[in-house]
Ligand binder design. Structure first.
Ligand SMILES: C[S@@+](CC[C@H](N)C(=O)[O-])C[C@H]1O[C@@H](n2cnc3c(N)ncnc32)[C@H](O)[C@@H]1O
Length: 233
């Protein structure tokens, strides 16, 4: 997969893209990420990419022209652009279902805002998806773009060592994951549940399902309701 990030702060990605899973995915050629400075598509000598909002109000708005020029320059035209994501707090909250869809795309342009946001015409004409990573406001879209890249990269074939773990983890079945333990069996008076030491795989599966249901019901009633409606109509 090829990811193109458009940002005012390319240096933001130096750390996240090099570490751990993302670094390995890039080294092995499963993921290619190009981080582009939006100012490279500014046309004046000050490399201006923002301007005051029409109608007044505080702050600056990122202009439409550099985003359009960047997408045209990178893909040979707007029509040829891959599925394009604008990071914005007003987007649909990122959920694993959508991460799975993104991971199946050959390319993903990620457009990061700053200041008061991005000219609406970029949202209207370039975004296939508007993505929020939560109900809070960040200073820019870079952290959100990094979240998208990491969540997507985990699902690229060949990236995760144990591919079974992707199918079993939180959200994959509509439930949060069951509790996980590793050795020692007792630590500071806290014992691993006996069933996990029993060697009875059916009992372990039953316990994990119960735990996943209970955990989802208590901490994410919204997910639990949706899951119940799907599985127990
Ligand atoms: C300060 S925010 C702009 C907020 C905007 N004025 C509003 O009220 O919706 C600047 C940029 O940060 C990014 N951003 C902020 N919060 C985000 C979130 N929760 N998810 C994704 N991107 C976010 C977006 O790219 C946005 O254009």
């Amino acid at each position: 997969m090829r990811v193109d990030v458009l940002t005012l702060f390319p240096g933001y990605f130096d750390g996240p893209l090099r570490a751990s899973l993302l670094g390995r995915a890039r080294d092995s050629g499963l993921l290619s990420v190009a981080v582009h400075d939006l100012r490279d598509w500014a046309t004046d000598r000050h490399r201006t990419v923002d301007d005051v909002p029409y109608g007044g109000g505080a702050g600056m708005v990122l202009k439409a022209e550099p985003f359009f020029a960047a997408v045209e320059g990178l893909y040979g035209g707007i029509e040829q652009r891959p599925r394009t994501i604008v990071l914005t707090p007003r987007g649909a909250p990122l959920a694993q279902e959508r991460v799975v869809e993104f991971a199946a795309e050959p390319g993903l342009p990620l457009l990061c805002g700053r200041y008061e946001g991005i000219d609406e015409r970029v949202h209207a004409a370039l975004a296939h998806d508007e993505v929020s990573i939560g109900d809070y406001v960040l200073a820019g879209g870079e952290a959100a773009a990094a979240v998208v890249v990491e969540a997507v990269t985990r699902l690229l074939p060949g990236v995760m060592g144990n591919t079974a773990s992707g199918a079993d983890e939180s959200f994959s079945r509509g439930l949060l994951e069951y509790p996980q333990y590793t050795r020692p069996a007792e630590f500071r008076g806290m014992r691993v549940p006996d069933v996990l030491l029993s060697g009875d795989h059916d009992a372990v599966d039953r316990w994990r399902t119960e735990q996943a249901e209970e955990r989802t019901r208590s901490t994410r009633p919204d997910l639990y309701r949706a899951w119940s409606q799907r599985t127990r109509p």
